[in-house]
Design a protein around this ligand. Structure first.
Ligand SMILES: *Cc1c(COP(=O)(O)O)cnc(C)c1O
Length: 417
């Protein structure tokens, strides 16, 4: 490990990454966060823990996921050689499995029998329900009532997997309200319940725990790139929602100063439109404390949280990992954005040239990577994280592509009811 990695896993001020992070929580949650810190510290000091995690991921989630050279797309773009890391091949179709399975192992160590989680688009809910089924845990998922209506396919799967889905009617009935309700549950249930937070955000120790498990993406990637094409990439790209897949990939290359780390946020209809979810790119966010931690939030000058917009539900979040906020501020990571239109074009190109259906979230990293690869030399290489697959999101993607035959299919289905 090097100095930059130590800043994340052994910071001088526990829970802080530069000036970001912390744990701003009601007193009642203090003891359970302390218990979690203790169990996590014990686990990572235990030499058998990481191999146990690797074994679970190999046998249940297809790890190590491959790196694929995109030969056709490279020819089409006419610049740097393009490689992607295939997190789309994980169990439940995204990198989220790395985090939930890891936290599941911590739950077993704590001897708890129930997990709760909040979810916006439902992807983290499905991943958590999957982990709970596999590990024999009770599972409750909190979801805004509006999101429950918008994301029926994911709600369907969570319920089939044995989870109880609670539709939260408070406030705007979306993610933020689901988080509040989930914290309320935890305050009363922490004796036997673990809160499986879904991204590298929230109060300490969550960003550290999520980064610890997601770094499997970066560790594998570095080794794989050194094996073939037998060199480190010049630049690595990842989409940034809460920041867990980006943090995980970047940790593998953090101590290689010649590798540039580029995070791509959701540019929505364009940064000047106000309809986006950029917090770091273009200086759009403002530092502040909310939801238990300090980072850049998408808020106005009065501290009022703004409405985010993105074609991809998974990047639609007001905060961002305090780890990424730190790397952004100290200059280790560059942050850009990709618009909805660029993302849809990148997805279409990926499908047609390579036969790979990427998630809309991941295609932000792809769009940013392709834009820059076009301006680079053929001797250079870029590595882009394909954080998830898109075929499971057929309703969302068919909508984004505005497919007329799909709409007709839905109409006929409805007529048959
Ligand atoms: C949830 C999700 C994301 C966004 O989460 P991060 O924590 O920013 O990684 C990105 N890609 C996919 C496929 C997702 O499901």
């Amino acid at each position: 490990m090097g100095a930059l990695t130590d800043e994340i896993f052994a910071p001088e001020r526990p829970g802080y990454f530069g000036s970001f992070g912390g744990a701003f929580v009601p007193e009642i949650l203090r003891s359970t966060l302390d218990e979690l810190i203790e169990v996590f510290d014990e686990a990572r000091a235990d030499e058998s823990f990481w191999p146990e995690f690797l074994q679970v991921m190999q046998s249940y989630s297809c790890r190590p996921t491959p790196i694929t050279y995109l030969e056709n797309l490279t020819r089409e773009i006419g610049g740097a050689q393009i490689f992607i890391k295939r997190e789309d091949l994980n169990q439940t179709g995204a990198h989220k499995a790395n985090n939930v399975m890891g936290q599941g192992l911590l739950v077993k160590r704590m001897g708890k029998r129930r997990v709760i989680a909040e979810t916006g688009a439902g992807q983290h809910g499905v991943a958590t329900a999957t982990m709970a089924a596999r590990f024999g845990l009770d599972c409750t998922i909190y979801m805004g009532a509006v999101d429950v209506e918008r994301q029926r396919p994911n709600v369907f799967w969570m319920e089939q997997l044995g989870a109880t889905v609670v539709a939260v009617e408070d406030g705007a009935a979306t993610l933020k309200d689901a988080i509040n309700e989930c914290l309320r549950d935890w305050a009363y249930s922490m004796e036997d319940t673990h809160y499986a937070l879904g991204t590298a955000c929230g109060p300490h120790p969550f960003p550290q725990i999520v980064a610890y498990f997601q770094r499997i993406i970066g560790l594998e990637s570095r080794e794989q790139m050194l094996a073939c094409p037998a060199r480190l990439p010049d630049r690595v790209y990842a989409c940034v929602g809460g920041g867990s897949n980006a943090t995980g990939l970047f940790l593998g290359f953090l101590e290689d100063p010649e590798v540039e780390l580029v995070g791509i946020e959701a540019g929505g209809l364009g940064l000047s439109s106000g309809q986006h979810a950029a917090r770091l790119a273009g200086g759009m966010g403002v530092p502040g404390v909310a939801q238990g931690y300090k980072t850049y939030f998408f808020q106005n000058d009065e501290g009022q949280m703004q409405h985010t917009h993105s074609v991809s539900a998974g990047l639609d979040y007001i905060g961002v990992s305090p780890i990424l906020a730190h790397w952004h501020e100290c200059g280790r990571m560059r942050t850009e954005s990709a618009t909805d239109a660029e993302v849809i074009d990148a997805l279409k190109l990926l499908m047609r040239t390579e036969g790979i259906i990427g998630a809309l979230e991941s295609c932000h990293g792809l769009a940013g990577g392709l834009r820059e690869a076009a301006t680079m030399d053929p001797e250079q290489t870029v590595l882009i994280n394909m954080s998830g697959r898109g075929d499971k999101d057929i309703f969302t993607i068919a909508d984004a592509l505005d497919d007329a035959k799909w709409k007709e299919f839905l109409r006929q289905k409805v007529d048959k009811l």
